[in-house]
Design a protein around this ligand. Structure first.
Ligand SMILES: Nc1ncnc2c1ncn2[C@@H]1O[C@H](COP(=O)(O)OP(=O)(O)OP(=O)(O)O)[C@@H](O)[C@H]1O
Length: 761
């Protein structure tokens, strides 16, 4: 019996290395088996119409956010089954389209070729070249990971030697080795800490690269505006730019270490143990074969039963973004909600967004509960059992015997301890590699969100927007939008004038949904042509400004605008008097003016900033504040350099005056006034119009107040049914044709109002 035990001990010692070799080979094979076959069914990404599908009834339905946009049977489009009255009949083309979009819908983020493509393109942004800062961080990180592996092997062999000298009762060697063991702890702990530090630095460096790249695209050609208003593919771009990019970069940096370290560990441990095995003349085929089979089988099982973590992560990120969006809406419109007493509706929306997120997270936790259990069972118990079987196999089949008893026992104990430690490390590395699969598919969800965002930003910056549109012309629209791949193609021409004039020749006013609100608008404006724009609500007055300013595309005809200044200062930024002698050509002032962060002078000089010690700019701003009668208000709030939340501090009328002050500060050639004085008292409004004309600013005004009509020389009148007329106004502001009410009649009414106002003031 003792002889058998000795034999078992000897063979056990001999077999340890072969287990490691087997496990190493097995992992490689299992990884191929698991990762190579995952998510083969995959549709190529489609960036065309991928957020909308044409339902069988011919209506466009957005995919994903649960909202349904329909024309309500009013668009009159020929392709629209609802408007044709055959909503229930099967339209072959529409069914095909629906199927096509569904295949796009089936695309699930996961470990597949699409993910690799996305990862490569994102990696090119995150690591722009070999000489970059990120490569240096990666190299340092790799060195640390590599050193950690060497240290692990060294510590394992040191522990083996310590045990050997304990068995030999050699106190001196034991003490010396113990000192070495403590000595090695210092670099080991430093390297561990360094690994975490470099991982965080790497994540931050990657994030900075991605964020800078995304910001470049986001601010190119007004993409921030177009993505929110003209394109429907990205909802909550803010969340993608902040949260998703951050999570993605952290995952990439973490995955680098959680893949690299186990690979180094396995490689070095397998090589070390193989050298032991060679020394011990062990059988290196039996164990590897068995381990390979077991690991392949468990890997396949895990693959088959793994939930789609990538899709789940993407969905969860979308819901988080939605919840944040509802919160920011409430903050932005808190006053309106409070006045309406709309807290119940808002609370309901918040609760439903939160509930949706909780349901999704609970479902992920539930799926993880069973998967982690299975994973642990396979990795901890099945593999340990495999190890035990492999221990037994060579012992039962081996023949090698040692000659010296004492030396043999202590040496074998040393080998046993070393091998056991190394085996533990190898098993840990394998477990981490297998668990990384989960991390990779989760990463795929975030990679898709970040990559899609950059693709959409790029396309939108190049002028390609995708959203639900009315594909066929409405009857009597007078202009037909050209479509390609079911998306509208702007066929209009944009050119530059040299004499500061603005010319529209047959330019239709087409909304982003492809509704033609007015067709063939033709007019010519020169400095000094003050244009009044009137018409019913929704007839396209503001849209005309959007087209002239280049926010909306020109679908037909020709738009000629003054060439923007290309001087060095103005190349990247708007004109501002402190930088450039030239005046800005166009300056838009909306009804609800935008208040930027900063001091009162920052509000007036926006979009320029003046230096802290710019006394001339301060004097100019103070003068303008007196013109718009805001000097008392400024004094009340602490003067020009006072910083506060101006959006909530100033009243509606005061904000409009600040916006007018902005116009006076910049002195543009043309001021696009979109009901920008609707909340300003009539008396002050008149003063501001007079001052603007005195300053040589040409006014293009949308206003419903007849009191300021007299400051205009021409009128553009929309009839709300697609028609328009452009004609001169008489000196007193009355229209030449009777289409507009006679100014004299209106004046009678408004002058009474004026009197009332001045008395009350
Ligand atoms: N981002 C958008 N997407 C789709 N349709 C839009 C968008 N912006 C405006 N529209 C539509 O374009 C049409 C014209 O809008 P516009 O803002 O030019 O009206 P308006 O004449 O200025 O009206 P109001 O006097 O009420 O300000 C409206 O029917 C509006 O619904």
């Amino acid at each position: 019996m003792p002889a058998i035990l000795t034999k078992i001990r000897e063979q056990a010692f001999r077999v340890q290395p072969t287990i490691a070799v087997g496990v190493g080979v097995g992992v490689a094979l299992a990884a191929c088996a698991v990762y190579g076959t995952r998510e083969k069914k995959h549709s190529p990404p489609c960036h065309n119409n991928n957020n909308y599908k044409i339902a069988k009834n011919g209506q466009l339905q957005p995919v994903g956010n649960g909202e349904t946009q329909t024309c309500g049977g009013r668009c009159g489009a020929e392709q629209c089954a609802l408007c044709r009255g055959d909503a229930d009949t099967d339209n072959k083309q529409n069914i095909e389209d629906a199927d096509e979009t569904q295949s796009v819908e089936e695309h699930v983020p996961g470990l597949n070729l699409e993910f690799l493509r996305q990862l490569v393109s994102l990696a090119r942004i995150m690591v722009p070249g070999f000489r970059s800062h990120e490569v240096a961080l990666l190299a340092a990180h790799t060195v640390c990971l590599f050193s950690r592996t060497f240290l692990s092997i060294y510590v394992a062999s040191l522990e083996g030697s310590i045990v050997k000298h304990i068995v030999q009762k050699d106190l001196r060697s034991f003490s010396s080795l113990l000192m070495q063991w403590f000595g090695i702890a210092i670099p080991a702990t430093f390297i561990n800490s360094m690994i975490r530090y470099l991982e965080s630095r790497l994540a931050l460096a990657f994030r900075t690269r991605l964020v800078n790249h995304a910001y470049d695209l986001y601010f190119k050609n007004q993409t921030y505006y177009r993505v929110a208003n003209l394109d429907a593919r990205i909802e909550n771009a803010d969340h993608r730019l902040t949260e998703d990019v951050s999570v993605f970069t952290q995952s990439v940096a973490h995955l680098y270490s959680s893949l690299t370290k186990p690979c180094f560990d396995l490689l070095l441990i397998v090589l070390t143990l193989a050298s032991y095995s060679n020394k011990m003349k062990g059988n290196i085929f039996l164990g590897p074969g068995f381990a390979t089979i077991v690991i392949c089988l468990t890997g396949q099982l895990l693959r088959l039963l793994s939930p789609r973590f990538g899709a789940l992560a993407g969905e969860e990120a979308r819901m988080k973004a939605n919840l944040r969006h509802v919160h920011s809406r409430l903050i932005a419109h808190a006053e309106e909600v409070a006045f309406y007493g709309g807290h119940k509706v808002e609370l309901g929306q918040l609760q439903s967004a939160y509930k949706e997120l909780v349901t999704q997270m609970t479902s992920v936790f539930n799926k993880k509960l069973w998967y982690v259990m299975l994973e642990q069972f396979c990795m901890k118990y099945v593999w340990s059992g495999t190890g035990m079987v492999m221990l037994a196999l060579p012992i039962l089949t081996g023949t090698r015997l040692d000659s010296s008893a004492d030396e043999g026992i202590s040496t074998r104990t040393e080998y046993m301890t070393t091998s056991r430690n190394l085996l533990n490390s190898a098993a840990d590395a394998i477990e981490r590699l297998m668990s990384s699969y989960k991390e990779i598919v989760t990463l795929a969800g975030y990679a898709t969100r970040v990559s899609d965002m950059l693709v959409v930003f790029g396309e939108v910056a190049r002028g390609r927007c995708v959203r639900a549109v009315h594909v066929a012309p409405a009857p009597g629209a007078g202009f037909t939008v050209t479509f390609r791949d079911k998306q509208p193609v702007p066929m209009g021409k944009v050119s530059y004038t040299t004499d500061l004039s603005i010319r529209l020749t047959n330019v239709p006013i087409v909304t982003p949904a492809c509704d033609v609100v007015a067709s063939g608008v033709s007019l010519e404006l020169k400095p000094g042509t003050h244009l009044l724009i009137v018409g019913p609500n929704g007839c396209g007055k503001s849209s005309l400004f959007r087209i002239i300013s280049g926010l909306w595309p020109v679908f037909g005809g020709e738009l000629s605008v003054p060439r923007p200044c290309e001087c060095a200062h103005c190349a990247g930024e708007p004109h501002a008097p402190p930088h450039c002698a030239a005046r800005p050509v166009m300056f838009y002032i909306p009804q609800r003016p935008y208040m930027t962060m900063g001091s009162l002078i920052d509000q007036i000089t926006y979009p320029s900033r003046v230096a802290e010690d710019d006394a001339a700019a301060e004097a100019r701003a103070a003068h303008i504040l007196r013109v718009v009668r805001l000097d008392a208000c400024a004094a009340r709030h602490g003067g020009l350099r006072a910083v506060c939340d101006w959006r909530s501090t100033l009243s509606g009328g005061e904000k409009q005056r600040v916006a007018c002050a902005r116009m006076f500060y910049h002195r543009p050639v043309y001021a696009l006034l979109d009901e920008c004085t609707s909340a300003v008292s009539m008396e002050t409004e008149v003063v501001m119009y007079e001052e603007a004309i005195k300053e040589g600013i040409t006014l293009l005004s949308i206003t419903h107040r007849p009191s300021v009509w007299k400051y205009h020389t021409h009128v553009l009148e929309f009839d709300g049914a697609g028609g328009w007329s452009f004609r001169p106004l008489e000196k007193d502001g009355s229209a030449i044709t009777p289409a507009l009410p006679r100014i004299a009649d209106v004046n009678t009414h408004s002058s009474t109002e004026n009197e009332k106002e001045s008395i009350s003031e």
